[in-house]
Design a protein around this ligand. Sequence first.
Ligand SMILES: CC(C)(COP(=O)(O)OP(=O)(O)OC[C@H]1O[C@@H](n2cnc3c(N)ncnc32)[C@H](O)[C@@H]1OP(=O)(O)O)[C@@H](O)C(=O)NCCC(=O)NCCS
Length: 226
Amino acid sequence: MGFTTVERTGPDGLFTAVYRDLFARSFPPEELESEEALAAALRGGAANLFAVVDDAGAPVAAAFGEWSADARVQLLTYLAVGPGARGGGIGGRLLREAVAAWAERRDPCLVVAEIEDPDAPAHDDHGDPRRRLAFYEAAGAQVLEVPYFQPGIGGPGRRVHGMLLLVLHAAPQLRHGDAIDGEALRTFMEDYLEAAEGAVTADEATTRLFAALDRPGGVPLGPWRR
Ligand SMILES: CC(C)(COP(=O)(O)OP(=O)(O)OC[C@H]1O[C@@H](n2cnc3c(N)ncnc32)[C@H](O)[C@@H]1OP(=O)(O)O)[C@@H](O)C(=O)NCCC(=O)NCCS
């Protein structure tokens, strides 16, 4: 069976199939935005979807990304391969294709992704967090040294703590030795918190995160260390 990568910049039948058949099955509900919110992000022009489809046009893997123009940060919001197709190299190929496309289109930019705590338990559908980290590291990802949490979809009470923020690509202008431009990351986080939670609050977790982003010299990055 042949596979082709296609792109969508607006919601359509393929987007619906990706959301329902891949994303809804691959992510816990607290990490997944609603179908309508992702459709609206596509309509707004700052999001796009890359999907790997089979000969019948059915999606077997997909990557959804959102661009923060003020920060010049591209977030890989969701990446999923259908449970029956995992481990065959499709996810790795799609990840590299998507990152290369964003890096070229948005240059100069950062491409980042957020993943679950590698010590969290494995789940039949959602996958194994340790293997997922290894998957990203094999594609060159490095971990930012920040106490990251995924902003709460709908409010701070729904945050997912203990997550890691990964850098998949950094333009030379945004790299300072072994660190990444903290200003770009702070603007990205402010935009992200505002979009997800409705406001940027001065709670303890946010204050700690911003203090880590504001470190002089940028935010260090490297391999994951517990
Ligand atoms: C993580 C994922 C995108 C990888 O895609 P894939 O096509 O299966 O991966 P590839 O075949 O290119 O690479 C194989 C590597 O992927 C990782 N992987 C494969 N299946 C996995 C699973 N069920 N859970 C976590 N990681 C997995 C492993 O690191 C594996 O290497 P290994 O076999 O040496 O352990 C895919 O498994 C998936 O959709 N998982 C569920 C959703 C998810 O975790 N998305 C990423 C978070 S944003």
